[in-house]
Design a protein around this ligand. Sequence first.
Ligand code: C5P
Length: 241
Amino acid sequence: MSAQGAGGGREQEPNAEGLTSPLIVALDTDDPRRLAELAAAVAPHAGLLKVGLQAFTALGPAAVTAAGQHAEVFFDCKLHDIPNTVAAAAGAAARMGIAMLTVHASGGPAMIAAACKAAPDITILAVTVLTSLDDADLAVVGQPPVAQQVVRLAGMAAEAGAGGVVCAASDVAAVRAEIGDGLAVVVPGIRPHGSTSDDQRRIADPRTALRTGASHLVVGRPITQARDPAAAAAALLAEIA
Ligand code: C5P
């Protein structure tokens, strides 16, 4: 496990507003030019830049290198495999120079502990229940309702040594009650006022998410698909100032 709370692994530089930003912008694209443009445009407003499945599958480590030229990188490939394989992948991910890495909490405590041991200098985040899923979706795969499952997974992940968890804004208060204030709580499904929900079901506005205890907010499409991504990022920060 490494640094917690708003730091996400290393001390962040103040952003364009002179503040340490809780904003993580998801660079979800498979176009290397677009990724570089987006990274340069939004980095002055973001605490971290997120490289996820789409960019990494299309572009490989070059996506991390390109994002890392502008800000700390949150590598969000949600690892889920046997402990030995996840440990090896976490070690390889850490060597790319990232600050944060996600694994699926449902991979279990041995898998989470193995990732933390293999990458002790970065923050390992355990994804609880994806923000695109609701109670009906979990019932289909034989799991308890979201509120119950999120708290159970968050407590187990913290116990296993994770540096934080990922959950929806609606679950943050219960997660904080379970894991305390020391760990990062990263919240995707953030939608500024006036934007669409896309495929996210359990969405919240940025101010609400922070007020309930989130340390970081993940925002993708409302910023990356805006006509002016830098202005959209700045506007989102103004909403929480
Ligand atoms: O475009 P949007 O703001 O919905 O993007 C959310 C980003 O956060 C995506 O990259 C998605 O993979 C990621 N994410 C999520 N839900 C989680 C964890 C990560 O939506 N529980």
